[in-house]
Ligand binder design. Structure first.
Ligand code: N01
Length: 549
């Protein structure tokens, strides 16, 4: 086995987080780093999720790194919501612009990470696929470990009965989270889609364009607002470039980091008349995109506001979808935003097409068999649909913790992360975990991460981690670790914030409720500005809540 020593930081993942962390630590600060990526390309979630219609649901001018004004000025997004191939071009541009390739190692899956108390170092075991298809084991040692493993990187692939037989008898199964690079031609095919979260909502209208028949299997309907995607207008780019600093400041000051939205301060009941409230919803609806989240600042807090938003969206669904039974089945019954709202292009209108059918109510009558030799899908109540030439599973992710669950991480005194997190993830600031010195987690549970524009969340974490390493080195400290007390307080705070919202009122992946057996804990923290302030304060107060050694 090859052993590589003397690294400052070992980074797992080469998505946006791993790339920026590599750039900052190595190129800017002169540390010796290496980032390990399981795929043969960088890009993380945008590399894997190549399904038809995949695009970011945040305006591209916002979903861009802002740490380097020159980068911001030179990159030309073509669409308001960048499609997946364009996001991959951006990723490749980052790699070449900052000469990151020598810092990245592809086809390399990290299987274990072990802290050695005597050397104060992490040792990680990497399985690297070589060009001739062999797998080589490598050992890497470094002072710091950075988990840049992504929040939505571990696919949730339910083990449906019948699927193996279906594949054996020539049926095709595709997962949105690991879509074939060469793409899929659905022309003339009878297709089933299982799942109606963001991935389903984005792919269903595009698949419907070519499939001969499309049947959508829905367990829970999604709230979705029209994205109103368009080609970026030159004046929008110019304006964004001229005002990038201002946009960035507004993003940092907004709870969900959406700087282009026009938030209002007033809760709905103080806002005005019914007509004015309706006009506010209409305004955001016609603007499009996830700005609907800022319709009223109490959307995620006050039941009355939530109910009004819900009624508004139900009205829109009923206006668009012609068949009354289908439109009713598409109306969600939980608070909007409790699951992430989707941004779509023609989603509901797709159900008006004669070759598209919705099969709803899978909560009451789950899938009994998917595919089988007859290529049919059977529900628990015995109803059958098909036959299908292809089945698309848009079944989401083991979010936020799934990627780490797959790595054997062993901290001080032999404690494993699996044990430490057996009742759900616990940490301090979302960044540090008691018992795991010198290990940082980017945009993980306990931080705002998935409730923000992820690029903003990533920038903030990457910079905090780099500042921390520099500060420790300056002070001659070799280790940092969260205290148990600070961690317990933080977990209590994250839970209290979630309890004050309506966000625990449905079975979302935020809660881990989509994965059977996963502890039900609300993972992200709502409220970016206060969080960021707290992170600064911790640093300013000499890493309050941490033990340095
Ligand atoms: O996954 P999801 P996703 N039987 O978990 C259903 C981000 N994202 O990949 O809701 C039947 O939301 C499941 O049903 P239920 C974004 O943050 C962003 O779509 O659990 N159905 C649900 O309908 C998003 O929130 C973008 O009852 C089953 C669906 O599958 C996150 O990723 C694009 C089932 C999964 O929906 C995840 O989105 C895409 C079963 N056994 C994703 N298991 C953009 O930027 C699961 N389901 C636009």
């Amino acid at each position: 086995m090859t052993i590589h020593e003397q690294f400052d930081a070992l980074i797992i993942g080469a998505g946006f987080a791993g790339l920026y962390q590599s750039h900052l630590l190595h190129n800017k600060l002169g540390y010796k780093t290496r980032a390990f990526e399981a795929s043969d390309e960088p890009g993380g979630t945008w590399n894997w999720n190549r399904y038809p219609g995949a695009r970011v649901d945040i305006c591209s001018r916002e979903y861009s790194f802002k740490f380097d004004k020159a980068l911001y000025n030179e990159w030309n997004w073509t669409e308001e919501f960048a499609p997946q191939p364009e996001l991959m071009n951006y990723v490749r541009h980052l790699v070449s612009r900052y000469n990151l390739a020598p810092l990245l190692q592809f086809n390399s899956r990290v299987s274990s990470c072990t802290w050695d108390e005597s050397t104060k170092k992490w040792t990680i075991l990497v399985h690297r696929k070589t060009d001739d298809g062999k797998v080589e084991e490598e050992e890497w040692q470094g002072r710091y470990l950075v988990l840049a493993t992504g929040c939505l990187s571990s696919p949730n692939k339910p083990s449906f009965a019948g699927l193996d037989d279906y594949i054996d008898s020539g049926g095709k199964v595709y997962y949105t989270q690991t879509w074939p690079r060469e793409g899929v031609d659905f022309k003339g095919k009878r297709v089933a889609v299982i799942g109606t979260g963001s991935s389903g909502v984005q792919s269903i209208p595009v698949i419907a364009e070519s499939a001969a028949q499309l049947t959508v299997f829905q367990r829970t309907p999604a709230y979705t607002v029209p994205a109103r995607n368009h080609l970026v207008r030159p004046e929008e780019i110019e304006d964004a470039r001229r005002n990038m600093e201002d946009l960035y400041r507004r993003e940092l000051d907004s709870p969900l980091t959406n700087g282009l939205a026009t938030p209002i301060e007033k809760f709905m009941k103080e806002y005005g008349t019914d007509d004015q409230i309706e006009a506010r919803f209409e305004e955001l609806w016609s603007k499009g995109g996830l700005n609907f989240y800022v319709s009223f600042p109490d959307l995620l807090i006050t039941p009355e506001t939530s109910d009004r938003a819900k009624a508004f969206i139900h009205k829109k669904i009923k206006e668009i979808v012609k068949d009354p039974a289908t439109s009713s089945a598409l109306c969600p019954d939980y608070p909007p935003g409790c699951k992430r709202i989707c941004a779509d292009t023609n989603y509901w209108a797709t159900y008006n097409l004669p070759h598209v059918q919705l099969v709803a109510g899978l909560k009451e009558r789950p899938l009994r068999s998917v595919g089988g030799r007859e290529k049919m899908i059977t529900l628990e109540d015995g109803s059958q649909y098909g036959p299908f030439d292809a089945i698309v599973c848009a079944t989401g992710f083991d979010a936020m913790t799934g990627a780490l669950d797959k790595i054997h991480i062993k901290g001080r005194n032999g404690i494993t992360l699996k044990d430490a997190w057996s009742a759900g993830p616990v940490n301090y600031l979302g960044l540090l975990i008691h018992g795991f010195p010198n290990m940082f987690h980017i945009a993980g549970p306990g931080s705002p991460s998935v409730l923000t524009n992820m690029i903003i969340a990533i920038e903030q974490h990457v910079e905090w981690i780099a500042d921390t390493i520099v500060a420790l080195d300056k002070a001659g400290d070799t280790t940092i670790e969260a205290t148990e007390e600070a961690q317990n307080q933080w977990v209590g705070f994250v839970n209290a914030v979630a309890d004050a919202t309506l966000m625990k009122g449905c079975n979302s992946w935020y809660l881990g409720a989509n994965v059977p057996g996963k502890p039900r804990v609300f993972m992200p923290l709502l409220g970016f500005p206060d969080y960021r302030k707290k992170c600064f304060e911790v640093q300013e107060k000499g890493f309050e809540g941490c033990v340095l050694g």
